[in-house]
Design a protein around this ligand. Structure first.
Ligand code: FA5
Length: 334
Protein backbone atom coordinates (compact mmCIF):
# COMPACT_ATOMS: atom_id res chain seq x y z
CA UNK A 1 0.00 0.00 0.00
CA UNK A 2 1.26 3.51 -0.73
CA UNK A 3 1.18 5.94 2.10
CA UNK A 4 0.00 9.34 0.78
CA UNK A 5 1.73 11.10 3.67
CA UNK A 6 5.00 9.44 2.77
CA UNK A 7 4.66 10.58 -0.86
CA UNK A 8 4.03 14.14 0.33
CA UNK A 9 7.03 13.86 2.60
CA UNK A 10 9.30 12.63 -0.24
CA UNK A 11 8.12 15.49 -2.43
CA UNK A 12 8.62 18.09 0.26
CA UNK A 13 12.07 16.69 1.24
CA UNK A 14 13.23 16.48 -2.35
CA UNK A 15 12.13 20.04 -3.11
CA UNK A 16 14.07 21.32 -0.07
CA UNK A 17 17.14 19.20 -0.69
CA UNK A 18 17.29 20.10 -4.39
CA UNK A 19 16.98 23.79 -3.58
CA UNK A 20 19.82 23.50 -1.02
CA UNK A 21 22.14 21.75 -3.43
CA UNK A 22 25.23 23.77 -4.37
CA UNK A 23 27.44 21.25 -6.18
CA UNK A 24 26.90 19.20 -9.31
CA UNK A 25 28.18 16.03 -7.63
CA UNK A 26 25.85 16.58 -4.69
CA UNK A 27 22.88 16.99 -7.08
CA UNK A 28 23.77 13.75 -8.85
CA UNK A 29 23.83 11.84 -5.52
CA UNK A 30 20.48 13.34 -4.67
CA UNK A 31 19.04 12.27 -8.03
CA UNK A 32 20.21 8.69 -7.40
CA UNK A 33 18.79 8.71 -3.87
CA UNK A 34 15.38 9.70 -5.31
CA UNK A 35 15.14 8.13 -8.73
CA UNK A 36 17.90 5.50 -8.79
CA UNK A 37 17.08 1.76 -8.64
CA UNK A 38 16.64 1.90 -4.88
CA UNK A 39 15.67 5.58 -4.73
CA UNK A 40 12.92 6.73 -2.39
CA UNK A 41 10.52 7.65 -5.20
CA UNK A 42 11.35 4.52 -7.17
CA UNK A 43 10.56 2.35 -4.17
CA UNK A 44 7.21 4.11 -3.80
CA UNK A 45 6.46 3.57 -7.47
CA UNK A 46 7.27 -0.11 -7.19
CA UNK A 47 4.55 -0.28 -4.50
CA UNK A 48 1.91 0.58 -7.14
CA UNK A 49 1.48 -3.05 -7.98
CA UNK A 50 0.15 -3.69 -4.44
CA UNK A 51 -2.48 -0.96 -4.66
CA UNK A 52 -6.04 -2.14 -4.98
CA UNK A 53 -6.98 -2.21 -8.69
CA UNK A 54 -9.75 0.36 -8.41
CA UNK A 55 -7.37 2.94 -6.84
CA UNK A 56 -4.35 2.08 -8.96
CA UNK A 57 -5.10 4.63 -11.66
CA UNK A 58 -5.50 7.51 -9.24
CA UNK A 59 -2.42 6.57 -7.18
CA UNK A 60 -0.43 5.95 -10.35
CA UNK A 61 -1.27 9.46 -11.56
CA UNK A 62 -0.16 10.93 -8.19
CA UNK A 63 3.11 9.01 -8.30
CA UNK A 64 3.72 10.04 -11.86
CA UNK A 65 3.03 13.69 -11.13
CA UNK A 66 5.43 13.49 -8.16
CA UNK A 67 8.11 11.92 -10.35
CA UNK A 68 7.67 14.51 -13.13
CA UNK A 69 7.81 17.27 -10.51
CA UNK A 70 11.05 15.95 -8.99
CA UNK A 71 12.63 15.42 -12.41
CA UNK A 72 11.70 18.98 -13.40
CA UNK A 73 13.26 20.43 -10.25
CA UNK A 74 16.39 18.32 -10.73
CA UNK A 75 16.74 19.49 -14.38
CA UNK A 76 16.26 23.12 -13.41
CA UNK A 77 18.86 22.86 -10.66
CA UNK A 78 21.24 21.04 -12.97
CA UNK A 79 21.08 23.88 -15.47
CA UNK A 80 21.58 26.45 -12.73
CA UNK A 81 24.65 24.67 -11.31
CA UNK A 82 26.13 24.04 -14.75
CA UNK A 83 25.90 27.68 -15.74
CA UNK A 84 27.37 28.72 -12.36
CA UNK A 85 30.31 26.32 -12.94
CA UNK A 86 30.84 27.69 -16.46
CA UNK A 87 30.85 31.28 -15.25
CA UNK A 88 33.34 30.39 -12.51
CA UNK A 89 35.64 28.72 -15.07
CA UNK A 90 35.41 31.64 -17.45
CA UNK A 91 36.29 34.05 -14.66
CA UNK A 92 39.27 31.96 -13.53
CA UNK A 93 40.61 31.46 -17.06
CA UNK A 94 40.20 35.05 -18.19
CA UNK A 95 43.34 36.48 -19.80
CA UNK A 96 44.34 40.01 -18.99
CA UNK A 97 45.96 41.12 -22.22
CA UNK A 98 47.28 44.24 -20.54
CA UNK A 99 49.62 42.25 -18.24
CA UNK A 100 53.33 42.15 -19.21
CA UNK A 101 54.46 39.00 -21.06
CA UNK A 102 56.04 36.27 -18.95
CA UNK A 103 57.80 34.35 -21.70
CA UNK A 104 60.74 32.02 -21.07
CA UNK A 105 62.40 33.55 -24.13
CA UNK A 106 62.01 37.15 -23.08
CA UNK A 107 62.77 36.54 -19.41
CA UNK A 108 66.36 35.40 -19.78
CA UNK A 109 67.91 38.51 -18.36
CA UNK A 110 69.84 41.16 -20.22
CA UNK A 111 71.03 40.39 -23.74
CA UNK A 112 74.65 39.97 -24.71
CA UNK A 113 76.77 40.13 -27.82
CA UNK A 114 76.80 37.20 -30.19
CA UNK A 115 80.24 35.50 -30.30
CA UNK A 116 80.53 36.49 -33.98
CA UNK A 117 79.94 40.13 -33.11
CA UNK A 118 82.48 39.94 -30.30
CA UNK A 119 85.23 38.51 -32.46
CA UNK A 120 84.40 40.90 -35.29
CA UNK A 121 84.61 43.86 -32.93
CA UNK A 122 87.89 42.57 -31.47
CA UNK A 123 89.33 42.24 -34.98
CA UNK A 124 88.18 45.71 -35.96
CA UNK A 125 89.87 47.12 -32.85
CA UNK A 126 93.10 45.23 -33.54
CA UNK A 127 93.24 46.40 -37.15
CA UNK A 128 92.30 49.95 -36.31
CA UNK A 129 95.33 50.14 -34.02
CA UNK A 130 97.41 48.95 -37.00
CA UNK A 131 96.13 51.82 -39.16
CA UNK A 132 93.31 50.02 -41.00
CA UNK A 133 89.84 51.50 -41.62
CA UNK A 134 86.67 49.43 -41.43
CA UNK A 135 84.67 49.60 -44.66
CA UNK A 136 81.45 48.03 -45.86
CA UNK A 137 80.02 46.71 -49.11
CA UNK A 138 76.67 45.41 -50.35
CA UNK A 139 75.55 41.83 -49.75
CA UNK A 140 73.52 41.94 -52.96
CA UNK A 141 76.45 42.45 -55.28
CA UNK A 142 77.17 42.94 -58.95
CA UNK A 143 78.79 40.10 -60.80
CA UNK A 144 81.44 42.62 -61.84
CA UNK A 145 82.79 43.23 -58.30
CA UNK A 146 82.36 39.66 -57.08
CA UNK A 147 84.06 38.07 -60.10
CA UNK A 148 85.11 40.11 -63.19
CA UNK A 149 87.07 42.82 -61.39
CA UNK A 150 88.79 40.08 -59.37
CA UNK A 151 90.26 38.67 -62.52
CA UNK A 152 87.61 35.93 -62.73
CA UNK A 153 85.89 36.58 -66.08
CA UNK A 154 82.77 34.75 -67.20
CA UNK A 155 83.44 31.05 -67.91
CA UNK A 156 86.67 31.13 -65.86
CA UNK A 157 86.87 27.77 -64.06
CA UNK A 158 87.58 29.57 -60.76
CA UNK A 159 83.92 30.63 -60.67
CA UNK A 160 83.06 27.03 -59.90
CA UNK A 161 85.12 27.23 -56.70
CA UNK A 162 82.27 29.18 -55.13
CA UNK A 163 78.71 27.93 -55.65
CA UNK A 164 76.91 31.14 -56.36
CA UNK A 165 73.37 32.22 -55.55
CA UNK A 166 72.27 34.38 -58.47
CA UNK A 167 69.31 36.70 -58.10
CA UNK A 168 69.01 37.94 -61.66
CA UNK A 169 71.32 38.41 -64.63
CA UNK A 170 74.46 40.16 -63.40
CA UNK A 171 73.45 40.26 -59.72
CA UNK A 172 74.23 37.79 -56.97
CA UNK A 173 74.52 37.34 -53.22
CA UNK A 174 78.20 38.00 -52.69
CA UNK A 175 80.17 34.80 -52.28
CA UNK A 176 83.19 36.54 -50.75
CA UNK A 177 84.09 39.79 -49.04
CA UNK A 178 86.81 40.11 -51.71
CA UNK A 179 84.03 41.83 -53.68
CA UNK A 180 84.89 44.89 -51.60
CA UNK A 181 88.46 45.07 -52.98
CA UNK A 182 87.85 46.94 -56.23
CA UNK A 183 85.07 49.02 -54.66
CA UNK A 184 87.62 50.22 -52.08
CA UNK A 185 90.33 50.80 -54.70
CA UNK A 186 87.92 52.91 -56.75
CA UNK A 187 86.91 55.02 -53.78
CA UNK A 188 90.13 55.39 -51.78
CA UNK A 189 93.50 56.40 -53.06
CA UNK A 190 96.66 54.49 -52.02
CA UNK A 191 98.32 54.13 -49.62
CA UNK A 192 95.35 52.40 -48.04
CA UNK A 193 94.62 49.81 -45.37
CA UNK A 194 91.11 48.45 -45.01
CA UNK A 195 89.22 45.59 -43.40
CA UNK A 196 85.70 44.66 -44.49
CA UNK A 197 83.77 42.20 -42.32
CA UNK A 198 80.48 40.85 -43.60
CA UNK A 199 78.16 38.06 -44.57
CA UNK A 200 78.78 35.85 -47.58
CA UNK A 201 76.43 33.39 -49.21
CA UNK A 202 77.05 30.17 -51.09
CA UNK A 203 74.86 27.44 -52.45
CA UNK A 204 76.77 25.06 -50.24
CA UNK A 205 76.24 21.57 -48.92
CA UNK A 206 76.19 22.22 -45.18
CA UNK A 207 78.26 20.36 -42.63
CA UNK A 208 80.13 21.10 -39.41
CA UNK A 209 82.46 23.60 -41.12
CA UNK A 210 80.32 24.82 -44.05
CA UNK A 211 77.32 27.14 -43.87
CA UNK A 212 75.30 28.65 -46.71
CA UNK A 213 75.53 31.99 -44.91
CA UNK A 214 78.77 32.71 -43.13
CA UNK A 215 81.03 35.58 -42.18
CA UNK A 216 84.34 36.60 -43.65
CA UNK A 217 86.60 39.55 -43.08
CA UNK A 218 88.49 40.92 -46.02
CA UNK A 219 91.71 42.76 -45.41
CA UNK A 220 93.73 44.75 -47.91
CA UNK A 221 96.77 46.95 -47.76
CA UNK A 222 98.09 48.87 -50.78
CA UNK A 223 101.32 50.78 -50.53
CA UNK A 224 104.72 51.09 -52.11
CA UNK A 225 106.92 48.01 -51.72
CA UNK A 226 104.38 45.70 -50.05
CA UNK A 227 105.82 42.19 -49.75
CA UNK A 228 104.86 38.72 -48.58
CA UNK A 229 106.82 39.59 -45.41
CA UNK A 230 104.30 42.36 -44.61
CA UNK A 231 101.44 39.97 -45.25
CA UNK A 232 102.80 37.31 -42.89
CA UNK A 233 103.47 39.90 -40.20
CA UNK A 234 99.82 41.03 -40.19
CA UNK A 235 98.49 37.44 -40.30
CA UNK A 236 100.58 36.49 -37.28
CA UNK A 237 99.62 39.63 -35.39
CA UNK A 238 95.93 38.95 -36.06
CA UNK A 239 96.09 35.38 -34.75
CA UNK A 240 98.22 36.24 -31.72
CA UNK A 241 95.89 39.05 -30.67
CA UNK A 242 92.72 36.97 -31.12
CA UNK A 243 93.95 33.78 -29.45
CA UNK A 244 96.33 35.34 -26.95
CA UNK A 245 98.79 32.52 -27.62
CA UNK A 246 100.68 30.86 -30.48
CA UNK A 247 98.49 28.59 -32.59
CA UNK A 248 99.50 25.61 -34.66
CA UNK A 249 99.19 26.86 -38.24
CA UNK A 250 100.54 26.01 -41.66
CA UNK A 251 101.04 28.09 -44.78
CA UNK A 252 100.77 26.45 -48.18
CA UNK A 253 100.38 27.64 -51.75
CA UNK A 254 96.81 28.50 -52.74
CA UNK A 255 95.20 29.53 -55.99
CA UNK A 256 92.97 32.58 -56.30
CA UNK A 257 92.95 34.49 -59.61
CA UNK A 258 93.04 37.83 -57.78
CA UNK A 259 96.33 37.25 -55.93
CA UNK A 260 99.78 36.26 -57.06
CA UNK A 261 101.36 34.52 -55.25
CA UNK A 262 98.45 33.07 -53.27
CA UNK A 263 98.50 31.17 -49.99
CA UNK A 264 96.24 29.16 -47.77
CA UNK A 265 96.70 29.52 -44.04
CA UNK A 266 95.20 26.61 -42.11
CA UNK A 267 94.76 26.27 -38.37
CA UNK A 268 94.91 23.05 -36.34
CA UNK A 269 91.42 22.60 -34.95
CA UNK A 270 90.07 19.60 -33.02
CA UNK A 271 92.51 17.14 -34.56
CA UNK A 272 92.55 18.37 -38.16
CA UNK A 273 93.57 21.25 -40.41
CA UNK A 274 90.88 23.86 -41.02
CA UNK A 275 91.12 26.34 -43.92
CA UNK A 276 90.98 29.72 -42.25
CA UNK A 277 92.85 32.53 -43.86
CA UNK A 278 93.62 32.53 -47.58
CA UNK A 279 95.74 35.43 -48.69
CA UNK A 280 98.27 36.71 -51.19
CA UNK A 281 99.66 39.71 -53.01
CA UNK A 282 97.02 41.61 -54.96
CA UNK A 283 97.16 40.69 -58.64
CA UNK A 284 98.30 43.65 -60.85
CA UNK A 285 95.14 43.28 -62.94
CA UNK A 286 92.96 43.85 -59.88
CA UNK A 287 94.87 47.04 -59.09
CA UNK A 288 94.29 48.13 -62.68
CA UNK A 289 90.55 47.43 -62.36
CA UNK A 290 90.65 49.78 -59.38
CA UNK A 291 92.41 52.48 -61.43
CA UNK A 292 95.77 52.03 -59.66
CA UNK A 293 99.13 51.69 -61.38
CA UNK A 294 100.63 48.31 -60.37
CA UNK A 295 104.11 49.50 -61.28
CA UNK A 296 103.94 52.08 -58.53
CA UNK A 297 101.78 50.29 -55.97
CA UNK A 298 101.58 46.76 -54.59
CA UNK A 299 99.21 45.23 -52.11
CA UNK A 300 98.32 42.22 -50.08
CA UNK A 301 94.86 40.88 -49.36
CA UNK A 302 93.40 38.22 -47.13
CA UNK A 303 89.94 36.69 -46.76
CA UNK A 304 89.57 35.53 -43.18
CA UNK A 305 86.91 32.90 -42.50
CA UNK A 306 85.42 34.82 -39.58
CA UNK A 307 82.82 32.17 -38.65
CA UNK A 308 85.56 29.55 -38.55
CA UNK A 309 87.79 31.80 -36.47
CA UNK A 310 84.96 32.05 -33.93
CA UNK A 311 84.71 28.25 -33.95
CA UNK A 312 88.43 27.88 -33.20
CA UNK A 313 88.49 30.61 -30.60
CA UNK A 314 85.61 29.15 -28.58
CA UNK A 315 86.12 25.49 -29.55
CA UNK A 316 82.67 25.25 -31.16
CA UNK A 317 82.46 21.89 -32.88
CA UNK A 318 79.76 22.77 -35.43
CA UNK A 319 79.47 26.03 -37.39
CA UNK A 320 75.68 25.64 -37.56
CA UNK A 321 75.39 26.51 -33.86
CA UNK A 322 76.38 30.08 -34.71
CA UNK A 323 73.15 30.88 -36.51
CA UNK A 324 70.97 28.22 -34.92
CA UNK A 325 69.29 30.66 -32.48
CA UNK A 326 69.47 28.06 -29.68
CA UNK A 327 69.43 30.00 -26.42
CA UNK A 328 71.27 27.23 -24.58
CA UNK A 329 74.17 27.78 -26.95
CA UNK A 330 74.02 31.58 -26.91
CA UNK A 331 73.76 31.84 -23.13
CA UNK A 332 77.24 30.35 -22.81
CA UNK A 333 78.56 33.64 -24.14
CA UNK A 334 76.57 36.01 -21.93
C1 FA5 B 1 87.74 33.27 -50.63
O1 FA5 B 1 86.56 33.50 -50.38
C2 FA5 B 1 88.67 34.34 -51.07
N1 FA5 B 1 87.93 35.53 -51.31
C3 FA5 B 1 89.72 34.55 -49.99
C4 FA5 B 1 90.87 35.43 -50.39
C5 FA5 B 1 90.83 36.80 -50.12
C6 FA5 B 1 91.99 34.87 -50.97
C7 FA5 B 1 91.89 37.60 -50.46
C8 FA5 B 1 93.04 35.68 -51.31
C9 FA5 B 1 92.98 37.03 -51.03
P1 FA5 B 1 87.61 30.80 -49.86
O2 FA5 B 1 86.49 30.37 -50.74
O3 FA5 B 1 88.64 29.78 -49.58
O4 FA5 B 1 88.33 32.06 -50.43
O5 FA5 B 1 86.99 31.29 -48.48
C10 FA5 B 1 87.76 31.94 -47.54
C11 FA5 B 1 87.52 31.40 -46.16
O6 FA5 B 1 86.15 31.55 -45.87
C12 FA5 B 1 87.80 29.89 -46.03
O7 FA5 B 1 89.13 29.64 -45.73
C13 FA5 B 1 86.91 29.54 -44.87
O8 FA5 B 1 87.54 29.85 -43.66
C14 FA5 B 1 85.73 30.46 -45.08
N2 FA5 B 1 84.63 29.77 -45.78
C15 FA5 B 1 84.52 29.49 -47.09
N3 FA5 B 1 83.38 28.85 -47.35
C16 FA5 B 1 82.73 28.72 -46.18
C17 FA5 B 1 81.49 28.14 -45.78
N4 FA5 B 1 80.66 27.61 -46.65
N5 FA5 B 1 81.15 28.17 -44.47
C18 FA5 B 1 81.97 28.76 -43.58
N6 FA5 B 1 83.16 29.32 -43.88
C19 FA5 B 1 83.53 29.30 -45.16
Amino acid sequence: MIDAAELDQVQADSAREIAACSELAELESLRISLLGKKGRLTVLMKGLKDVEPDKRKEVGAQLNAAKVGVEGKLAEKLQELQSEALNKRLASEAIDVTLPVRSPILNTGPGSLHPLTRVQEDLERIFETLGFSVVDGPELEQEYYNFDALNIPDSHPARDMQDTIWTKEGTLLRTQTSAIQVRALERLKPPLRIVAPGRCFRYERMDATHEHTFYQMEGMMVDRCVTVGNLIYFMKTLLREIFGSEQKIRLRPGYFPFVEPGFELDIWFQGRWLELLPCGLVHPKVLEYGGIDPKEWQGFAFGLGLSRLVMSRYQIDDIRHLQGCDLRFLQQFS
